[in-house]
Write a protein of this length. Structure first.
Length: 363
């Protein structure tokens, strides 16, 4: 039985036991605000308060000490089961995030979020502190081509926290860089702004992704986050509030991506192109194309259009071109990276319709 299933069964059983127990003793005292505050602090910073013990405040002795202790123990177990979903690694954070996404209904059976549990990375250094800020990796997954990191930033400097509460603007971490054991450098593909966590004051969540097929052989990676930046409400140049770097590390599990070398001619918006190759994983697609003749000034306009459709075995279609980026290679080719808003179930894909061409994934 896997961890998430066991946690769910344990939670259900304990909730039922607690409900029956409370029905028999409706006057059982509830934990005080101070105990709840200490528990939240322990969960938010397990290393900073690990030696602190929660002790019941005894203004008056509970009527039934055993019953009172059982309430505390069960509450702690339930809290642990709920917190397991945010445990470092394992893919559970991203599984929940994608499952609750507004795209989940649109993709339906074409998406498979459970596969993320098989993509979880192992954390070597899960948190780092510098200049009044702690950065943690809540979860990380790798699908053979793209690595996703869920980060939590905790403001430890009270003066900075007071300023953030007074000022408007958008808070962000600087670019994420990933270095392999051999020193290879991978720059982030996308980075989300920090959003308030809601669990504790001064805590924020963000996600970043790095897209590169060669990550599969990177081994133990060093993840470097640079600077805490505040952008003005109307946009513009951001102000660096705190200087990093915050350096973390995670081990990427070698995972093979589907790669097709095609060399297939196609026409897009009246222009001739050659589709050289594509690399496909559940979360992203990278394709390389070039023009046999001198490219026109409008060669990249089609990149923003929807020229990719997945045809599923059940007859449905999915067009997952939500995020895209174009890179000019030194050899004159264009590299197009597309990140999907949901993890696709590639086993259910019959073929791709790409740049006017039908492409069988088994060719």
């Amino acid at each position: 039985m896997d961890g998430p299933v066991f946690d769910a069964m344990l939670k259900t059983a304990l909730e039922e036991a607690l409900r029956r127990d409370m029905e028999e003793a409706p006057d059982t005292p509830t934990p005080s605000w101070r105990q709840r505050k200490r528990m939240r602090r322990l969960l938010a910073g397990p290393y900073s308060g690990a030696e602190e013990v929660l002790e019941p405040e005894t203004a008056r002795k509970p009527r039934n000490l055993a019953r009172w202790l059982s309430v505390i123990i069960i509450a702690a177990l339930l809290t642990g089961a709920a917190a397991a979903g945010l445990a470092l690694g394992g893919g559970e954070y991203f599984r929940r995030t994608f499952s609750e996404s507004r795209w989940a209904e649109d993709y339906g059976a074409a998406a498979d979020t459970d596969q993320l549990l098989e993509m979880g990375m192992e954390m070597d250094t899960a948190q780092a502190e510098a200049d009044g800020l702690r950065v943690e990796i809540l979860d990380a997954v790798f699908d053979g081509q793209i690595a996703l990191f869920a980060l939590r930033a905790t403001v430890l400097d009270q003066d900075l926290l007071d300023r953030l509460q007074e000022e408007e603007g958008r808070l962000a971490l600087g670019q994420a860089w990933v270095f392999s054991e051999e020193g290879d450098f991978f720059r982030d593909f996308s980075f989300s702004f920090l959003e308030e966590d809601g669990a504790e004051e001064g805590q924020y969540l963000a996600e970043c992704s790095v897209l590169d097929e060669t990550l599969s052989s990177a081994g133990l990676c060093r993840v470097q986050i640079n600077d805490l930046v505040l952008f003005p409400p109307g946009g513009g140049r951001g102000e660096v509030l705190r200087k990093g770097p915050w350096t973390l590390s995670a081990a990427l599990r070698p995972t093979e991506a589907l790669r097709l070398d095609l060399g297939r001619a196609c026409r897009v918006d009246g222009e001739d192109w050659v589709l050289d190759s594509l690399t496909l994983t559940p979360l992203a697609l990278r394709l390389t194309v070039h023009q046999p003749e001198e490219p026109s000034p409008e060669t990249e306009n089609w990149i923003l259009s929807e020229y990719l459709t997945f045809h599923m075995k059940d007859g449905s279609t999915v067009t997952p071109s939500r995020y895209s980026r174009v890179t000019h290679n030194d050899d004159g080719t264009l590299q197009v990276d597309i990140r999907f808003p949901m993890p696709l179930d590639l086993a259910q894909v019959e073929y791709l319709h790409l740049l006017g061409e039908d492409i069988d994934l088994e060719e």
